[in-house]
Write a protein that binds this ligand. Structure first.
Ligand code: ADP
Length: 499
């Protein structure tokens, strides 16, 4: 029996899962970290806290699995993407709070880039001009944090996404940690050229990022380093897989072939479609990104529809409006009414992502009457998750010509059966969840296992995918027809809110 550890560093929590070579979970541990919200539109994490949580969850998961670190054949890392950390390579300390993917502070800077340069960026990177991606976050840190400026001058600054920060720490930190990233994470920075898969000087110039502070770009599956025996693993184990969380879920869902797709329902929603080795440029507001690159094999690309706010709208109902006390409470509340009572909720809290890309949009609740209750709002929130997902999946079909035969899903919200039934009805296709729902963590474990030979090839991994749950589409549902038309109308009401 071989064991593989997967470190899954998400937006709200960090976990370490020990898988056996059949893909079964033998132990895990998970801890949340603080969401720092210094002002409207700003979202930060303390990277030192994330590294502390990482050490704790590794220890906790090894204990739960009743194995020692030395028994792990390999470790994979998957992470919240785009979130940017800058640290001092001598002290090992972060030089500022990490700027999280949801943070919109760099909108004005992006608007100041000329239209000509914006088209160049979009063409070279496959991404949209949005504060979501790392490039403008690095630019902000370089321009606004004196400690970062000093560290750059004295050649002590290193920058990276969370994968780089954790890899550097796990491989020894200030005592010789390696400074690398994988191609899927690099493809979310606005600094990597999609064709060459290298940092692009023209892009680095636009964002004023010195190449010397960036990590080297590697494949998603190869041995990058071994863990520092003095660290939380307690032994020298190969770190052999790195994938951004959404790409990792593609691997965990065994979407290895062109035309295969999955949708992950978490803080935000992310639908990806594998387009093989071809770079497909979207005409409908989707992103083009690297899906995975295993060792020396050519990269596979993906079209991606990213929706900023899905699960976080449920958190908003819980924390800000306090109409539920836990996220799962939304299901019985929404079920207590037969329909949305005409209420539509578009949670455009930080503008709209795909397929609209409107930084000027803000959230709306429309269709209110005297009869509207919190149950209608709860229902509207679940419908919003599904309608936003349909928006991106329709765009995906238009770009690729692929009509999805069914939807492969994963993520926290798939525990909500009402929401998954709504999704099937709104899309008009069956929604299918695999038996192992921890697909994000599983993908990084697969990538690491491939690199060290625990798994032979992707066909072996494909054979492990098993159906766990299926929601059949009801073709008579009004949600897909009149409901969707009203949704589109509600979207139009969010636009042009900010001047
Ligand atoms: P992430 O990896 O982005 O942190 P998860 O996959 O852990 O996200 O999903 C957590 C999100 O799902 C939270 O935003 C939470 O509000 C939402 N969520 C969890 N359980 C449910 C549920 N039963 N119904 C609706 N939303 C849920």
């Amino acid at each position: 029996m071989s064991y593989i550890g997967s470190l899954d560093q998400g937006t709200s929590s960090t976990r370490f899962i020990v898988f056996d070579d059949a893909g079964k979970i033998v132990g895990q541990h998970q801890l949340e970290h603080t969401q720092i919200l210094p002002q409207a539109g700003w979202v930060e994490h303390d990277a030192a806290e994330i590294w502390q949580r990482t050490q704790d969850v590794i220890a906790g998961a090894l204990k739960a699995a009743r194995i020692s670190g030395a028994e792990l054949s390999a470790i994979g890392i998957t992470n919240q993407r785009e979130t940017t950390v800058v640290w001092d390579k001598q002290t090992g300390e972060p030089l500022a709070n990490a700027i999280v993917w949801q943070d919109t502070r760099t909108t004005d800077f992006l608007n100041s880039i000329s239209k000509e340069k914006q088209s160049l960026i979009t063409h070279k990177t496959g991404l949209a001009i949005a504060p979501y991606f790392s490039g403008s976050k690095i630019n902000w840190l370089l321009n606004h944090v004196p400690a970062v400026q000093e560290a750059v001058k004295s050649e002590r600054a290193l920058v990276g996404t969370i994968d780089s920060w954790l890899l550097w720490n796990l491989s020894g930190g200030a005592r010789g940690g390696v400074h690398l990233t994988d191609v899927t994470n690099a493809s979310r920075t606005l600094l990597m050229n999609l064709e060459s898969l290298e940092w692009d000087q023209e892009l680095l110039d636009i964002f004023s990022v010195p190449r010397s502070i960036l990590p080297q770009i590697r494949s998603s599956s190869e041995i990058y380093a071994t863990t520092d025996p003095a660290g939380p693993v307690g032994s020298a184990v190969p770190i052999a897989g790195i994938l951004g969380d959404q790409q990792s879920a593609m691997v965990g869902q065994a979407c290895f072939e062109r035309g295969e797709s999955k949708t992950t329902y978490g803080t935000g929603n992310f639908a990806l479609l594998n387009t093989g080795t071809e770079i497909v440029r979207s005409k409908n507001g989707l992103l083009t990104t690297v899906c995975f690159k295993f060792g020396n094999a050519p990269a596979n690309y993906a079209l991606e529809g990213s929706v900023a706010v899905t699960g976080s709208a449920i958190q908003w109902l819980r924390d800000q409006l306090q109409i539920i006390s836990t996220a799962p409470d939304i299901e019985p509340l929404a079920k207590s009414v037969a329909d949305n009572g005409g209420v539509y909720f578009v949670p455009a809290f930080s503008g709209l992502f795909a397929p609209y890309w409107r930084n000027d949009a803000r959230g709306v609740v429309v269709g209110l009457t005297r009869a509207a209750t919190k149950a209608h709002l709860a229902r509207a929130a679940l419908e919003a998750i599904c309608y936003q997902t349909r928006d991106v999946l329709d765009a995906m079909s238009a770009d690729s010509g692929v009509k999805l035969p069914e939807m492969r899903v994963d993520g926290g919200i798939t525990a909500n059966s009402l929401c998954m039934q709504m999704q099937a009805d709104i899309m008009g296709v069956d929604v299918v969840r695999p038996l192992i729902i921890e697909t994000t963590a599983l993908g990084a474990a697969y990538a690491a296992g491939l690199a060290v030979g625990v798994f032979k090839d992707t066909s072996e991994l494909k054979a492990k995918w098993q159906e766990g749950m299926r929601w059949n589409a009801d073709s008579a549902s009004q949600l897909a027809t009149s409901g969707y038309q009203l949704w589109k109308k509600a979207i139009s009401r969010t636009l042009d809110w900010l001047e």
